[in-house]
Design a protein around this ligand. Structure first.
Ligand SMILES: [Zn+2]
Length: 370
């Protein structure tokens, strides 16, 4: 089993923790990453995006020793959901937390640290290894924007591991849902609410009537919907002529998501028959994936996890992650999402055990040198 350098891993993780990198402002984190990897003989491509303002990183470590193992893609995201500018992290009883005033940012700096230590220890060893490609993405937390804009001409691997999930190392996400976003613009007729309300047609009233009719919340074991925001109206004494509704639909079943989208759309568009002007737009944010868990790659993942005495579980992701985009956009890609021990992510209670960061690093390192 390949040895990793645990002290260096800890130091890498802590350097990343103190780099501030809210979505869209990842420069500080990127600079720390570029500094950490400067002694590894990597091919480095900055701004690895179709839209070059997105500072995705692409790294490649060439195959060594004629390894016959196919190229592997490792991936994690660089951004955090909130600023960590004022972070005060602590390590107590083996567990990282903050003082409660900020998030920790182990989502996804645990993944970034694991990948960097994996590259370092593989480079130092004399072991043969396949070509290792790395995609560090930006703006994951605001809707997989970095992955969405990634320059996929750079990625030739057909086997991928994203490290970006809560749960214990050994948990492998092999499926994820589709997500549709919808937004609705409703225009009615304004009128004075006290003097001539009968001359008005309230866009707010119509929106609320529609929302009460649409399938809402948990629809079934694999499908959910939500209306997230409503905006409209100008003042108490004016019948509102404008209302805007934003929502989402998620499902692991692509057919269902289309059916529900059609249903919601027709409920809103009915207003066009009764004097409202309604526009309904929906976009597919990402689509579902479900990988075969019996392939050679899956066997490799499970056998290496078992060698490290990890409990291996295949699980379905509740939300979208960069693996959705990789599986959607790269032909014949098998990309899983590995749990790495992060808990209470996106809250100020976020925590992670150092031992879990070590385990996930050992796991990817042993997979890459098998
Ligand atoms: Zn994440």
């Amino acid at each position: 089993m390949m040895k990793i350098n645990k002290e260096r891993l800890q130091s890498t993780f802590e350097k990343l923790l103190t780099a501030n990198g809210i979505s869209g402002n990842e420069d500080e984190t990127i600079n720390v990453v570029l500094d950490l990897i400067k002694d590894i003989p990597l091919f480095v491509k900055e701004n690895a995006s179709i839209d070059e303002t997105k500072r995705n990183l692409f790294l490649k470590l060439e195959n060594r020793g004629g390894s016959k193992t196919p190229s592997i893609l490792l991936s994690a995201h660089l951004d955090t959901v909130e600023s960590t500018e004022k972070i005060k992290y602590q390590l107590k009883n083996g567990k990282y937390t903050t003082d409660g005033n900020t998030i920790l940012g182990s989502d996804d700096k645990a993944g970034v640290a694991a990948i960097i230590e994996c590259l370092m220890s593989i480079h130092e060893s004399n072991k043969p290894h396949p070509e290792i490609q790395v995609a560090f993405t930006v703006e994951e937390e605001v809707g997989l924007v970095g992955a969405y804009n990634y320059d996929f001409s750079l990625i030739t691997s057909k086997r991928g591991i994203v490290i970006d999930s809560d749960g214990k190392p050994g948990t492998i996400m092999y499926a994820g849902p589709s997500q549709y976003l919808f937004d609705v613009d409703i225009t009615g007729v304004s009128a004075h609410a006290g003097m001539t309300p009968e001359n008005g047609k309230s866009a707010i009233l119509y929106a609320s009537q529609c929302i009460s009719k649409i399938p809402f919340g948990r629809i079934d074991h694999e499908t959910t919907t939500n209306v997230g925001t409503i905006k409209g109206g100008k003042a108490n004494n004016i019948v509102a002529d404008k209302c805007h509704v934003d929502g989402e639909i998620r499902s692991h079943n692509h057919v269902k998501i289309n059916l529900i989208n059609d249903q919601i759309k027709s409920i809103f568009l009915d207003g066009n028959k009764t004097g409202f002007k309604v526009e309904y737009k929906s976009i597919e944010k990402y689509s579902a994936f479900e990988l075969n868990t019996k392939t050679e790659f899956m066997m490799l993942l499970t056998s290496q996890a078992k060698k490290l005495n990890l409990d291996v579980h295949f699980k379905v992701c509740g939300g979208g992650c960069d693996a959705n985009i990789f599986n959607n956009r790269i032909k014949n890609m098998e990309c899983v999402n590995f749990a790495c021990g992060m808990t209470d992510v996106h809250t100020h209670k976020e925590s992670i055990y150092l031992s879990d960061i070590e385990k996930i690093t050992e796991l990817i390192t042993s997979i890459c040198t098998k």
